[in-house]
Design a protein around this ligand. Sequence first.
Ligand SMILES: Nc1ncnc2c1ncn2[C@@H]1O[C@H](COP(=O)(O)OP(=O)(O)O)[C@@H](O)[C@H]1O
Ligand SMILES: [Mg+2]
Length: 249
Amino acid sequence: MSLETIDLSVTIGDKQILNNMTIKLERGEVLILMGPNGSGKTTLAFALLGHPKYQINKGKIILDNNDITDYPTYQRALMGLGLAFQNPVEIPGLRLSMLLNAIQMKKSGSSFDISSIDPKLIIWARNKTRELGLQPSFLEREVNVGFSGGEKKRSEMLQILTMDPKYIILDEPDSGLDVDGIKLIGETIDSLRSAGKGILIITHHAEITKFVSPDKVMIMSKGKIVDEGGIELIKKIEEYGYKDYEGVQ
Ligand SMILES: Nc1ncnc2c1ncn2[C@@H]1O[C@H](COP(=O)(O)OP(=O)(O)O)[C@@H](O)[C@H]1O
Ligand SMILES: [Mg+2]
């Protein structure tokens, strides 16, 4: 069981962003993807989820042996793909608890009904918010409105835990977090792996590997995978940056 891209090429408008990307993420595995700013990491995340602006002009996306290349986003989500955004959007007027309730209803196939909130979900969510270092009162706030960068990252993780997808793409889950936050998020990711999830972490920081050790590391540059290996690649980048990869195509 795996999430794969085969020779995936993606354009935004008439600009070619990703070229022939082949990656494979197994369940129970953590893959860390690194690359300089603008190399196409977020584009890959959006393309995996089927954002309509990101056009696949070559290649395929395979989820547990199903070709989902042309599937709409909601179907990919229902099949077990989840994404935590690099820049979570603010949703004025929608309480976080309502969003979690909607996620749970959609997951269980029941029709959406805002008048009933599952009390068990609320108890669960209160505990999880605390575990993620947020006050339970965050559940009654509008999604991400006025949240700090770190609070948004914790709230994204709470939404992912509610979705409970089979494959989780985390686009810079550690950016803007303090050291305690990185530990919390790292440990949460590690326990999700133990629960059999496949996890793709996009990051710029080695810090998170103190708490979750990757099974694989991939480096991308200019829309291509330029190196693959283990944690030693992260150490190399920490020390030397990406200059060794500049000429690699
Ligand atoms: N909506 C968009 N319109 C035009 N160009 C875009 C858009 N989104 C991303 N890009 C461009 O695609 C390239 C890759 O961006 P991105 O995937 O965000 O990189 P990363 O996440 O690695 O920093 C960049 O050159 C960026 O400017
Ligand atoms: Mg990005």
